[in-house]
Write a protein that binds this ligand. Structure first.
Ligand code: ADP
Ligand code: MG
Length: 273
């Protein structure tokens, strides 16, 4: 078995030019993370700390200002079917049914029609949506739409699943049931998952490891190993969970305060540029 990481972020920094000035804004700075094959890694950080910026970099939708990102040892230089992305907003095509949304990536991959249909059926079942194949997105609830988005990402069999706050827009109950579904799917498929959230409970519930990011610019503050038994009832109320929640809350709390101070004080903003 290879010990090579599935994903490696090496000194990744991303800066944006501030329009109308010759200054730059550093969104994320010197990010170093290795994600092992089959690992479920969560990145948690305050709003505006550069989480989506990082996801865009991983997706190859933009490139780092410095540093590099490797997938199976090869540098990511653009988007690719080796990475499936699930966004916060249901990025489904409204004019396509659930089935045809799932088949979308497969068409791009040149999979033939009968096989596409079979795969779509399989992944609809995996996300618990058998029977909903012919519904259009507007005929599905928010939770169902995210299930379709997950099925679509899995259907073309990517190496890595990248998820940017995919459950943030859902009500608490739907969110918790989708978290369980995602853990089940992760175990069933063995995919490597990099999941981004600003929710502490979500991070602890899902992650084998949780990387806590600082606010502006986003850096990795600490990576916490989450070693809890998730098999019991109401895991989130247990003592182990509570200890992790407090630990990560403490790590994040200062960051949220710092982010808020930065928003109020333009001078501080400049200090981070
Ligand atoms: N294309 C861009 N140009 C300039 N600034 C950007 C751009 N994209 C993001 N930013 C800035 O980078 C910071 C991080 O944004 P983002 O990655 O969306 O944060 P998060 O997802 O953690 O809430 C924000 O201050 C945002 O305004
Ligand atoms: Mg974001």
């Amino acid at each position: 078995m290879s010990t090579e990481p599935k994903l490696r972020l090496e000194h990744v920094t991303k800066q944006f030019d501030i329009r109308g000035t010759d200054e730059v804004f550093t969104a994320v700075e010197d990010i170093n993370i290795d994600v092992a094959p089959g690992e479920f890694l969560v990145l948690v950080g305050p709003s505006g700390c550069g989480k989506s910026t990082l996801l865009d970099l991983l997706g190859g939708l933009s490139s780092p200002t410095s540093g590099r990102i490797l997938l199976d040892g090869k540098q990511i230089t653009g988007p690719g079917l080796d990475r499936g992305i699930v966004f916060q907003q249901y990025a489904l095509l409204p004019w396509r049914t659930a089935r045809h949304n799932i088949e979308f990536g497969l068409e791009a991959k040149g999979v033939k029609k009968s096989e596409r249909r079979e795969l779509a059926e399989h992944y609809l079942e995996l996300v618990g949506l058998q029977g909903f194949a012919d519904r259009y997105p507007h005929e599905l609830s928010g939770g169902m739409k995210q299930r379709v988005a997950i099925a679509r990402s899995l259907a073309f069999d990517p190496e890595v699943l990248l998820m940017d706050e995919p459950f943030a827009a859902l009500d608490a109950q739907t969110r918790e049931s989708l978290q369980d579904e995602l853990l089940r799917i992760w175990k069933a498929t063995g995919k490597t998952i990099l999941f981004i959230t600003h929710g502490i409970d979500e991070a602890i519930y899902l992650g084998q490891r949780v990387a806590v990011l600082t606010s502006r610019p986003g850096r990795v503050k600490t990576i916490v190993d989450i070693d809890i038994d998730r098999s019991g009832d109401d895991v989130r109320s247990g003592e182990e969970f509570r200890v992790f929640r407090h630990r990560i809350w403490t790590l994040l709390h200062g960051e949220v305060e710092r982010a808020r101070a930065g928003e109020l004080d333009p001078a501080q903003e400049v200090a981070h540029v």
